[in-house]
Design a protein around this ligand. Structure first.
Ligand code: EPU
Length: 420
């Protein structure tokens, strides 16, 4: 197992390019199964979750060429709509095969994804959605078994206790494309990654309107063609580097980043005193003075993203004063708190809120990565801590950040990867 070694105290400066969005790539790769023709997807990040996706596509019988950031999927030979536990257990996102397999084969057998370190991850909304499209669904021996000769259009409300569901919306949207008649998804997720999936489906010939709004309409078609498509930039990766620049008193330009995708976060950072500007499609992030603490509540898009909550907390740890960070998507997503406290932070948990008493400095310590975004927060803390921070279990970061070490080194960080 590898670890990251970060020497704190270097100011980040320079230009960086973010990779394609992981959370758009996963459902888009699954959606290639809806057609019998080949699709070519560009700007796919080289991260572990994508490698798992490619493995799954191959196990279903598709032929896949994966070179650099391009994945070509020829799904003609696929005959096997079964997704075993071995593959689903390594990546919860693989649930997004349920809709495409059911729509294309009339049946799907997908292992129940189970829990995850960031808290329970139910799939009741996925099941509700495909049931209302006419599928018969049961859970047996740890598998979701779904069957339908031909899915039929319907109106379905996809809201749960924590709001809309990103992959739930993705599953129902993909399945509805090959259904008979019109489907309306109410309380659909508005995340840019769902819009990107919808745009890919449209390139395949799907008839969809209302993307990016809480009401998506789909007019089912008989068949979908293959398509060539380029994935949008990863707003969560971008947001992580925005915060890195703010934390290190840096001056970082992020190429080809539309700040509107990060509206809620940019607003909070500006309130805190970070200088963020947009010019010619690029975003520049500078910090020239002491910041003010700000409080943050995570919400579905366009609210503050849960996937940037841990990184924002790392920033607030070094801003003198009190800030309250409330998690309304995954109330237990606070694995980074104990590790940040090991580095000298002062964070108290109170239900689904973290009360951060920020101070001027953090002190380096050996820490353990737990989930993807919690690990990113530890890297950010390491960049400003006094001394050398060692972060073990780095495979969590490999799931979602392409070349994190190389990109940070280019900005002047002292960070390296070593065998443990
Ligand atoms: N929920 C239900 N029932 C469901 C599905 C979800 O109650 O059937 C709840 C969840 O427990 C959670 C909330 O609804 O409280 C939102 O979950 P959502 O379904 O939107 O999450 P997801 O689609 O499984 C995606 C991202 C996550 C990201 C969330 C929220 C992918 C592959 N994953 O998960 O990304 O945190 O949306 O934005 O797109 C990450 O990249 O680190 C990551 C965890």
């Amino acid at each position: 197992m590898d670890k990251l070694v970060v020497e704190g105290g270097r100011r980040l400066e320079g230009v960086i390019e973010v990779s394609g969005a992981k959370n758009a790539s996963l459902p888009i790769l699954a959606a290639t199964m809806l057609s019998k023709e080949s699709s070519v997807i560009h700007n796919v990040p080289q991260v572990a979750d994508v490698f798992t996706m490619v493995k799954i596509l191959k196990s279903l019988g598709a032929r896949v060429e994966h070179k650099g950031n391009t994945v070509e999927v020829d799904p003609r030979g696929a005959v096997n709509p079964v997704l075993p536990y071995k593959l689903v257990s390594t990546m919860r996102g693989s649930i997004c095969f349920l809709g495409p397999l059911l729509a294309r084969f009339g049946e799907a057998k997908v292992s129940f994804p189970g829990g995850c370190v960031i808290g329970p991850r139910p799939i009741d909304l996925h099941v509700k959605g495909i049931r209302s499209l006419g599928a018969e669904v049961k859970v047996e021996h740890g598998y979701i078994l779904a069957k339908a000769k031909r899915l039929r259009g319907t109106r379905v409300y996809l809201g749960g206790a924590f709001g809309s569901s990103v992959l739930g919306t993705a599953n129902v949207l993909m399945a509805a494309c090959l259904g008979q008649g019109k489907t309306v998804i109410d309380n659909a997720a508005c995340e840019p990654e769902v819009v990107d999936l919808g745009n890919f489906l449209k390139a395949m010939g799907a008839r969809i309107s209302g993307l990016g709004s809480p009401s998506i309409e789909v007019e089912g078609v008989e068949r979908l063609n293959g398509a060539t498509y380029k994935i949008i930039p990863d707003r969560i990766e971008a947001g992580t580097y925005v915060i890195a620049s703010a934390m290190t008193k840096g001056d970082v330009t992020i190429k080809n980043l539309d700040l509107n995708m990060l509206g809620a976060m940019v607003d909070k950072l500006k309130d805190a005193g970070v200088v963020i500007t947009q010019k010619n499609g690029h975003a520049r992030v500078r910090r020239q003075r002491v910041l003010r603490p700000v409080s943050v509540t995570t919400l579905p898009y366009p609210g503050f993203p849960t996937d940037l909550q841990a990184q924002m907390m790392a920033l607030m740890c070094i801003v003198p004063g009190i800030s309250v960070i409330t998690e309304k998507i995954y109330p237990d997503r606070f694995l980074h708190v104990s590790e940040l406290n090991r580095m000298g932070s002062n964070i108290m948990l109170e239900g689904n809120s973290a009360i951060v008493s920020g101070q001027k400095r953090l002190s380096a310590a050996p820490v353990m990565a737990s989930d993807l975004r919690a690990s990113a927060a530890l890297v950010l803390a390491g960049l400003v801590a006094d001394g050398t921070t060692e972060i073990s279990r780095v495979y969590h970061l490999d799931r979602g950040y392409e070349d994190l070490v190389g990109k940070l080194q280019n900005l002047g960080a002292r960070i390296k990867r070593e065998k443990e």
